[in-house]
Write a protein that binds this ligand. Structure first.
Ligand code: DER
Length: 231
């Protein structure tokens, strides 16, 4: 099952890349939970003296609940290693992220990290973005601008730009930063650099879930516990 793959990928990525005294960026989602568990496990046996930088309220909770040291960009602006999940990874290890709605802080932390390692079950291991992930490209936007942004994105790029509505709250999803999310549903192969630049250039857009040329290596775990690493 996917969980066995997530655990295998998380354990391998942590064991290969986390060491004494690092500033570690902690991502968001379900897979990262297993990486934090592995880090905490190792930390119990020999204090790793880590400072952990969160990418969401969820990551903050994970760090605190596992007895790890919570840091901030103010005191640790340079991150040695960031570990995070992804919604899909293509053959250039470009990512779709933001399925969990945490893409903005994730991208900031990733941009401050010397190395970014992605951990995922093998379902995320793709060749072309959009093959397995069908929920579109997440985009964090200022709430006031959602309507014109939906229209402009569709006018410029086609497809469908949907405001992400909450499941357990009336109205739109509100991110940890107090913003809204648009999911851009697309068809076929895209020039992701062009798509990313076009979207980022629109006033009111804060960040996209396209992580291009940012990833050092991606770890994909399978149900049998095997792990494939792509660099
Ligand atoms: O929202 C995000 O970017 C998360 O990292 C997400 O994409 C990965 O979540 P998962 O580990 O639960 O698949």
């Amino acid at each position: 099952d996917a969980e066995a793959g997530k655990i295998a990928a998380a354990n391998r990525a942590v064991d290969e890349n986390i060491e004494q005294g690092q500033v570690v960026g902690i991502g968001s989602g379900s897979t990262i939970v297993f990486a934090v568990k592995r880090i905490a496990e190792r930390n119990k046996h020999a204090n790793l003296n880590l400072v952990c930088i969160p990418t969401s309220f969820q990551a903050r909770q994970l760090i605190a609940e596992h007895g790890l040291t919570l840091g901030s960009l103010e005191t640790s602006p340079v991150i040695n290693v960031a570990i995070d999940g992804a919604d899909e990874v293509d053959d250039n290890i470009n990512l779709i992220k933001g399925g969990g709605g945490c893409l903005m802080q994730e991208k900031i932390i990733a941009s401050c990290a010397k190395k970014l390692f992605i951990i995922a079950d093998n379902r995320k291991n793709s060749k072309v973005l959009g093959t397995t992930w069908k929920k579109g490209i997440p985009i964090e936007i200022l709430p006031m601008a959602y309507k014109p942004l939906q229209l402009k994105i569709m006018e410029l790029l086609g497809g469908n730009a949907q405001l992400r509505m909450a499941a357990r709250k009336a109205g739109p999803v509100v991110t940890d930063n107090g913003n809204f999310l648009i999911d851009w549903m697309f068809d076929g192969e895209q020039d992701w650099d062009h798509v990313n630049k076009t979207i980022l250039n629109l006033p009111g857009v804060i960040e996209t879930g396209l992580f291009l040329n940012m990833t050092t290596a991606a770890y994909f775990g399978s149900p049998d516990g095997s792990v494939v690493v792509r660099k």
